[in-house]
Ligand binder design. Structure first.
Ligand code: PEP
Ligand code: MG
Length: 619
């Protein structure tokens, strides 16, 4: 594997062009989307993209067409990302917009019929270079040509202008190469302890590499509140704001920022009064955490004695201690994507078995629901691309493509390995197995056949697995699954309602899309009706049903969910105490009355008001 060096250091040094700010250290507020509650104060730390690992420099003449198509796809993707960023600038104060917008426009122009793009195409066609090699070589040549104009007679200002143009070329080349190689590898090893990580965008695989104990907060310019990155940041318990447009381009080394993950704001270079208020908020959050810690040993029962199962979702093994401390009884959703991320090969059966076993053992007999791989949508996994299991260039609409169970049934060897590992690990405790993105009964039947075949094979091999196989359940996270819940209930052993995707697919809103973030509304009556329909189908069959989407983590929604008949909730560990406190304060009868009234409503705003006011009229 050849590693192509990124553009020369003198260009890299100015990767983020110096922008003319009238007063460099005045307080500036950047509004964004609140993603993970808490307040963090610290020096900003901008992450740089990793070196591109390029596997192929030369191509055959017969590959010219395909290579050209890869380049076009990367250009389209890069333009889309920049257009998104450009649209987000509208929320900034005019002064900031006028600084950043021209820069982004320049990037977008360079992706049009520019010298860069023409030169890259030519290098692919005439020199038979791979697209990424052609991009880097052409960008270097242009940057060198620009810097060749730097004569000693030039003024400092003109020289800076040349450097800026060279840097812009380097920046756009890096974006293209990043999209061509789809490399999620990014190192946070140099992150100073206590700093605020600022990135243009953070993929779920990047978030998986973060160590929460080293971070005061995380901010990105792109991304919505319910994407997988947001879920991971919440799981890590780091104050986080996504979609704070303009920050990465406006900040300078040495700047201090305050991240308010509840309000969804970032304040750059806070004035003394702002800083004082932020410090008070940090103390307030710490006190609240202590108060919730006392709830840990108390049972999750309503005030009239109805027990509720309260479990945690696990994204990353690093969360295990948090889960144990939270007072959750078991893991209601173990997302296994982490095992496949940030590596070049698909993990084998032994590696997976070890990983699941460690988690199951840590739960000391409390149930662990392990969901098989949910690749697709925004959950990119490099190892699957490198192994040729999934295409290098995503479909135009990956969320509606080969996601979750669809991919696993298409590539059953993935599912077989995972089932085998889960079955072996299930000897260490209580396990359930969960299938993602199911839309029809055929998928459940096909998966169960594989499950039973794997169990027979393991027994023949002499492996110890439970006599009675762990229950095999399904996610209800598409409107199709919710509306055929009665039929699916005949095939599945339990339901886990994933309100994150259910909301996205019902309302046709991308979970991670900043531009439509305000349309993403789990309190929309359509979503609630699907939750109700699926819950009732399960209850009629006396089949276990739980909610594991982010909806379960909102204490103000707990009375409504209990009123709909839900008695099992799984959520990020940090939400467990708040939800438990709510459960302990309500009576089932009043929840049922309340849910009946809410479900008569058609306006999400009205529902929001009612939910916020629970207890005043119904309690
Ligand atoms: C969901 O869609 O609600 C869910 C829990 O799954 P994920 O967030 O992992 O897609
Ligand atoms: Mg989902």
């Amino acid at each position: 594997m050849n590693r192509i060096d990124p553009p020369p250091p003198q260009h890299k040094r100015l990767a983020r062009p110096a922008l003319a700010t009238p007063d460099a250290r005045t307080e500036r507020l950047f509004p964004g989307i609140p993603v993970s509650a808490g307040v963090g104060i610290g020096p900003v730390f901008g992450t740089t993209e990793p070196e591109a690992v390029i596997t192929r420099q030369k191509i055959q003449a017969s590959d010219i067409g395909a290579e050209g198509a890869r380049l076009e796809a990367a250009i389209v993707q890069s333009r889309k990302q920049l257009a998104k960023l450009r649209a987000r600038l509208a929320v900034l104060p005019e002064e900031s917009q006028s600084e950043i917008a021209p820069l982004i426009d320049a990037y977008i122009r360079m992706l049009g019929p520019s010298r860069l793009v023409r030169g890259v195409r030519q290098r692919i066609e005439e020199t038979l270079l791979s697209a990424e090699t052609a991009v880097l070589t052409e960008a270097e040549a242009i940057a060198d040509a620009i810097m060749a104009q730097a004569e000693p007679s030039l003024s400092a200002e003109d020289l800076a202008g040349l450097r800026r143009r060279a840097d812009e070329i380097g920046e756009i080349a890096r974006r293209l190469v990043r999209n061509l190689t789809r490399s999620p590898f990014r190192s946070f090893a140099e992150l100073p302890v206590g700093s605020i990580l600022v990135a243009e965008a953070l993929r779920p695989a990047d978030a998986a590499l973060l160590d929460p104990s080293r971070l005061a907060g995380v901010v990105t310019e792109e991304g919505g509140a319910d994407g997988h990155t947001a879920v991971m940041l919440r799981a890590l318990g780091v104050p986080a704001v996504l979609g704070a447009a303009g920050l990465a381009h406006a900040m300078k080394p040495g700047d201090i920022a305050v991240v308010d993950g509840l309000a969804g704001t970032v304040t750059l270079n806070p004035a003394p009064l702002t800083l004082m208020a932020a410090r008070r908020a940090v103390t307030g959050f710490a006190r609240e955490r202590q108060r919730y810690a006392r709830l840990r040993r108390l049972p999750a029962v309503t005030s009239d004695g109805e027990p509720v199962e309260l479990q945690a979702n696990l994204e990353l093994p690093i969360e295990l201690p948090l889960i144990v401390q939270s007072g959750a009884v078991g893991i209601g959703l173990l997302r296994t994507e982490f095992l496949f991320m940030n590596r070049e090969t698909v993990p084998d059966e032994a590696t997976q078995t070890e990983s699941y076993r460690t988690i199951v053992e840590a739960m000391h007999g409390d149930s662990v629901t392990i969901r098989v791989l949910d690749w697709g949508g925004e959950k990119e996994i490099e190892a699957l691309t490198l192994a040729g299991i999934v295409p290098e260039i995503a479909d135009t609409n990956p969320a509606l493509g080969l996601r979750g169970i669809r991919l696993l049934l298409r590539r059953p060897e993935l599912l077989e390995t995972q089932f085998a590992a889960i079955l072996r690990a299930s000897m260490a405790g209580t396990v359930r197995v969960l299938l993602p993105m199911v839309t029809n009964v055929g998928e459940v039947r096909a998966a169960r056949e594989i499950y039973e075949r794997v169990a027979r094979r393991l027994r023949r091999r002499g492996e110890r697995i439970p006599e009675k196989l762990p229950p095999l359940g399904i996610m209800i996270e598409t409107p199709g699954a919710a509306l055929s819940a009665d039929a699916l209930a005949l095939e599945a052993d339990f339901f886990s309602i994933g309100t994150n995707d259910l909301t996205a697919y019902t309302l046709a809103v991308d979970r991670a899309e900043t531009d439509v973030a305000e349309l993403y509304d789990p309190m929309h009556p359509a979503v609630l009706r699907l939750v109700q329909f699926a819950t009732e189908a399960a209850l009629r069959m006396r089949m276990p049903v739980s909610i594991c989407g982010e909806l379960a983590a909102a204490p103000k929604l707990t009375p409504l969910l209990l009123g709909l008949g839900v008695r099992s909730l799984s959520m990020n560990a940090s939400a467990v105490p708040k939800v438990k406190q709510m459960i302990r304060s309500v009576e089932i009868d009043s929840c049922v009355r309340f849910a009946r009234r809410v479900m008569e409503q058609g306006d999400p705003e009205r529902i929001r008001t009612m939910v916020g006011g629970f207890g005043r009229a119904d309690g």
